[in-house]
Ligand binder design. Structure first.
Ligand code: IPE
Ligand code: IPE
Ligand code: MG
Length: 245
């Protein structure tokens, strides 16, 4: 049955994740420095979060900086770190007002103390939010998360089951429970790859790859993607007749 994107009852349980790619190319295609692309990318994040709130999504995870992105020139990395800090500080009042809960997923120990502090403040002040759970993946690596969970399993002498593993991944990603499976994964920027993003959690994710560059992404694009998601037939290995049972 086709559902509208605005069915907030069913959207409430949805976990949408976005690999926000293409900001650098957006800038260079305009003859501008890559930094401007990242600034424009932050504006796209704001629009997308607002749309997610209006759609009544349960969880939105945004991949903003991978563990491998440290390999970029230090100038670009410093600029990104600055944008992240400003984003957390500037958008905090809006999240409090809209009941959005912010979590940052990934390592933090490689960030400057000011950025760590901005993250901690934003998380603390939004902890009671009952609306959208907004997760920003920063210095995140899917492979490293899996390795970390495996090490924890061994250290705690836990039987390696799927449930135990998802539980530990949830602990590692501050999920407040098992790491939630991704229902819909969107990647902008035209590349057809995962780039080390949530490999475990995306096992049965519905995938949407778009050529659109991240700074061009807007609320209507998220609505369209959620609409498309609702037309997909998710079988999880079963055959259609048996899904209802
Ligand atoms: C994604 O955009 C943002 C980050 C990885 C920080 P890019 O910076 O990768 O943009 P392109 O892919 O070079 O255009
Ligand atoms: C993936 O984009 C990481 C983020 C969007 C944060 P990259 O631009 O780093 O990915 P590759 O290098 O093209 O695989
Ligand atoms: Mg890229």
């Amino acid at each position: 049955m086709k559902q509208s994107a605005w069915d907030s009852e069913s959207n409430r349980s949805l976990h949408v994740a976005i690999i926000m790619d293409g900001s650098g190319r957006w800038a260079t295609s305009r003859g501008r420095p890559r930094e401007e692309g990242h600034e424009a990318g932050a504006a796209a994040v704001r629009r997308t979060v607002e749309a997610a709130e209006h759609l009544g999504l349960g969880t939105l995870t945004l991949f903003a900086f991978s563990g491998d992105n440290w390999r970029r020139p230090s100038r670009e990395v410093a600029n990104l770190m600055h944008i992240f800090e400003e984003y957390f500080r500037r958008d905090l009042p809006r999240w409090i007002e809209s009941g959005t809960r912010l979590s940052v997923v990934g390592r933090r120990d490689r960030f400057a103390p000011q950025l760590q502090e901005a993250i901690e403040i934003a998380e603390a002040y939004t902890a009671e939010g009952r609306g959208l759970h907004l997760r920003i993946a920063l210095d995140y690596s899917g492979r490293d998360s899996i390795l970390q969970a495996a090490r924890l399993l061994r250290r705690r002498f836990v039987e390696p089951t799927r449930e135990a593993f998802a539980g530990l991944l949830g602990e590692i990603t501050n999920s407040g429970g098992p790491s939630p499976d991704i229902d819909l994964l969107i990647r902008t920027g035209g590349e057809l790859r995962m780039s080390d993003f949530m490999l475990w959690e995306a096992a049965y994710a519905e995938l949407i790859f778009t050529d659109q560059l991240w700074p061009d992404f807007c609320g209507a694009d998220l609505v369209a993607a959620v609409c498309e998601y609702h037309t997909r037939d998710r079988r999880f290995g079963r055959i259609e007749e048996l899904i209802a049972s």
